[in-house]
Design a protein around this ligand. Structure first.
Ligand code: ARG
Length: 585
């Protein structure tokens, strides 16, 4: 919580008890930042909440409370509005002092978590030998941003890539591999299988066309699962090939992940069955072992089963997730489990969480959350595909973003008659292209579908990465022009707020700490984007109105500090979104 709110909260709580007695001890004073500066900085709605309990009119309660509260060191005299809202306006000296604290802090005044949690973020998680598609891209970008925010808070974060590296498709793939490249199962050399997606398609074709192949593939699953060495070799070969392909995407996007695929949980699957059996949850239904779910029914109103073990002894996607949840809480010691997938898996997670909860695996104080996101659509509002109607390859998508950023840059350089090195052009277009893709995704409310548009995401105007990067560059330009070292403005600077645009910028800057707290609670990166976007707008308004380099001292230095704080906040905020800033662009 923001230090100011925390302080206000304490003082409100004390005053409540002084005014109304122990009856109201521990009552939340309901302090919120106001939506409109004309109501001050914060507002307390506690008078309304207490009306019933105290049997008094909210306005009278507010009156009494305000008389008891002494906040004169922090705020202007409190005001009561409407039915009994208490409006709090921070004093200018207080704002100035807070800004000075922020200026001196490496973390821009953002507090670190008091007692760090062990958090697992399960994200990206593509499937071996299959295409890593735009859904996985969303999961990767959103999951990474969430992990970065939590890491910045000082939480102990484990980023897990729950890759689909197990399951019946491997029977088919290995059987096909045996046909086309028998050496793969015996030689010790690394093999390059070429494009795995094409390989997968061909294998699938064989599978669909030939019943004998199908039978062989089924047999192969059993052989693999029984631990046969040759099959295991082939399986590893396929996984390694996929891994290399995924890694090129992660490198491009600057993503760090620990792979712990589905196969990791194989040794724990039987334990899941045993535990559920012991808990009395397991029911045998047509040879399959199931748990009947609360709140999930078919059209006839009968409870639906979650199949834990199929009649042939095989396990499911859900069984693996049950083993994973159990392992993550009981072995990894996680307090918070976050799963970032498309909204289509909402039921899957609700079911898995329910069974885990009923089995008693979710210990007290452990939070499990599914972080769903909507579909990625093309500009026609349909599923994103290439012009020829095929699924878009991620590599191509990212390359195109970079190529377009480069074309835009080159046009601009020509117009401005600027000459830049090849290295500058490459670096800048890489950063702009990748940032544009990330920012476009993150700035949407993740729960809605999102329309992928190169033109929109690369625009210099609007809530886009180029706009944000440009705001940062603009401030660096001020420091270059005035030959000012922002890092060295002096130790004892006084920040002075006079103009309205200075106040608006200052107040916004001071919300950073609170905002980071909210993002880490709600897991909504778009709120951080919105904050940064408003910050750039407020900065631009300030910069249009208030001369900086031209101003007289001490105003000049004070304004330079506002510039510096804005730049550092942008840089930090963007870095939490996985976006690197540029000094020039
Ligand atoms: N591999 C899955 C997919 O591509 C996503 C896995 C998400 N994580 C999990 N623990 N189930 O849809």
């Amino acid at each position: 919580m923001n230090a100011t709110i925390a302080d206000l909260k304490n003082r409100f709580e004390d005053a409540l008890v002084t005014a109304f007695g122990d009856e109201v001890a521990g009552i939340d004073p309901l302090l919120v930042p106001t939506s409109n500066p004309k109501f001050g900085d914060y507002q307390s709605n506690v008078a309304m909440a207490l009306a019933k309990k105290l049997g008094k009119a909210p306005r009278a309660i507010a009156d009494e409370l305000v008389q008891t509260l002494d906040l004169s060191d922090l705020c202007e005299p409190l005001e009561i509005a409407g039915p009994g809202f208490i409006n709090i306006t921070l004093k200018t000296e207080y704002l100035q002092a807070q800004l000075a604290v922020m200026q001196r802090s490496d973390r821009l005044g953002v507090e670190t978590a008091e007692s760090p949690q062990r958090v697992i973020v399960d994200f990206s998680s593509p499937n071996i030998a299959k295409e890593m598609h735009v859904g996985h891209l969303r999961s990767t970008i959103i999951g990474d941003a969430i992990a970065r925010v939590l890491e910045f808070q000082g939480q102990d974060v484990l980023r897990l890539n729950h890759v689909g590296d197990w399951g019946t498709q491997f029977g088919m793939l290995i059987t096909y591999l045996q046909e086309v490249c028998p050496a793969a199962l015996t030689t010790a050399d690394a093999l390059d299988l070429g494009d795995l997606v094409t390989f997968y398609k061909k294998a699938k074709q064989r599978f669909d066309d030939d019943p004998a192949f199908q039978e062989a593939a089924r047999q192969q699953v059993v052989t693999l699962q029984s631990g046969d060495q040759k099959s295991d070799r082939a399986w590893k070969l396929l996984c390694n090939q996929s891994r290399r392909e995924f890694q090129t995407i992660y490198d491009l996007l600057d993503i760090c992940l620990t792979e712990r695929g589905e196969s990791f949980y194989n040794p724990y699957l039987q334990g899941v069955v045993d535990d559920l059996e012991q808990a009395g949850l397991l029911v045998e239904d047509q040879g399959a072992k199931c748990v009947f779910l609360d709140g999930f029914t078919n059209r006839e109103g009968e409870r639906l089963p979650l199949i834990i073990q199929k009649s042939d002894g095989g396990y499911n996607y859900a069984t693996t997730d049950l083993a994973a949840i159990r392992y993550r809480i009981h072995t990894d010691g996680a307090n918070r489990l976050i799963y970032v997938t498309d909204v289509g898996q909402a039921n899957h997670f609700a079911q898995v969480f329910q069974v885990a909860r009923r089995a008693g695996w979710i210990l007290d104080g452990v939070e499990v959350v599914h972080v769903p996101f909507g579909l990625v659509q093309g500009e026609d509002g349909k599923r994103l595909k290439t012009r020829s109607g095929e699924t878009v390859r991620l590599r191509d998508l990212l390359d195109e973003a970079i190529a377009r950023a480069r074309a835009d840059l080159e046009t601009r350089l020509k117009e401005e008659d600027r000459h830049e090195s090849q290295a500058f052009i490459e670096h800048t277009s890489h950063i702009v292209g990748i940032s544009a893709v990330k920012y476009a995704d993150l700035s949407q409310n993740r729960t809605s579908n999102y329309i992928f548009s190169f033109d929109k995401m690369l625009a210099l105007q609007g809530n886009t990465a180029p706009y944000m990067l440009y705001a940062y560059v603009r401030i660096q330009g001020i420091s270059r022009k005035g030959q000012i070292d922002f890092g060295n403005l002096g130790a004892d600077i006084k920040i002075l707020l006079h103009e309205e645009t200075e106040f608006a910028l200052a107040r916004h800057l001071l919300q950073l700490d609170e905002l980071i707290g909210q993002v880490s609670q709600e897991l909504m990166p778009n709120r951080l984007c919105q904050y940064l976007f408003e910050l750039s707008q407020k900065f631009n308004q300030f910069y249009d109105r208030c001369p900086v380099l031209q101003a007289e001292e001490p105003t000049r230095t004070s304004r330079l500090v506002l510039c510096d704080l804005t730049a550092r906040t942008l840089k930090l905020g963007l870095s939490l979104l996985g976006i690197q800033v540029l000094e020039r662009m």
